[in-house]
Design a protein around this ligand. Sequence first.
Ligand code: PMP
Length: 393
Amino acid sequence: MRATTDWGFARRTRVDVGEGLASILALSGATDLISFAGGFPDPETFPTDELAALVQRVSQDPAALQYAPTPGLPGPRAFLADRLETREGQRPSDEELLITSGGIEALELLGKSLIDPGDLVLVEGPTYLGAIMAFRSFEADVVAVPMDDDGLDVGRLEATVRERGRPKLLYTIPDHQNPAGVSLAEERRSALVEVARRHGFLVVEDVAYRELGFTEDRPPSLWALGPDVVVQAGTFSKTFFPGVRLGWAAGPAEVVAQMVNAKQNTDQCAGALGQRLLEEYGRRGLLDEQIDRARGIYRSRRDTAMSALERHVGDRATWTHPHGGFFTWLELAEDGADVARRALQAGVAVVPGRPFFSGVGGERNIRISYSQASEERLEEGIALLGPIVRARA
Ligand code: PMP
């Protein structure tokens, strides 16, 4: 007979985040569905052939197969610092930069370094579910601040800080937000940095989709505006490929030093092989070429999604008009979870809005990810979704 044992799972595991990330990832893997569920890059953007040659080359280098220093290998770090200097107009010093195992690890390390149980963490409402889960796993009190079409409402942020006290950190996704598909307006960026300075809290800027804009308009990053109060957390998952599990953190030296400490018993170092591949690939200009191609692909997917929503959903819902990234966020006249359930029965996967909120919110929303479906599947899936969305009563 099998024993039934209470394993005594830690208090921090008892968090209710709706369906959770795992179920979204599971859904997006189903082959018989048209999935608009996961925030996955399209495999069409993956550099399969170029990588094969680079793996052959890089694997001759013992450093690529060895443990790496916790902050990252020197070559890949220099590549990343050069890249930030070019793209953001600011170069992190050695003490201000860490190579991580993906963007989610940067958030995990920030949580591990900064959050004691009960600490206040502010996030956008809605926000990336993985971030809510990461901060909750350190038993933070995660509170959402509202957004609008120009991103985080900085006035409401300051009001929340006055009311609730100084947070340990504010987490924001200023560019092509997940899940809302909106960006933080330029004038709000400097205002946000000023609020953080005035009240003395750290801003965590997640730039997962920053390089995937569809226009040349690129407002300054928060990190460039406030390197004294901002940690930029980035990922190569959406631009290179997620299987490499690489990201970065750039921010105040004291914070980065704590993250390096925290990383020593998390995974010790990001995989050296991936770091060296990124360096070689990037130094040859191939990453920039890949990003340019990807932006074109996602731009035309966005166009297809917008026009299909117009035709098949019409005035029964409203949705955001992203200028980059993977997502549009629909506001419905009915319960988003019901729509997601009915959509699934019809063969289309979308994500209901609830899990993207810490606290109340998202009941009447769904997120559509247009990044991974071909244009035909986008058209077909949104045509199936159309009749499911009910008109306002
Ligand atoms: N931040 C945001 C906003 C994301 O959407 C994602 C991936 N969905 C991540 C971070 C995580 O990226 P990574 O795969 O590098 O952990």
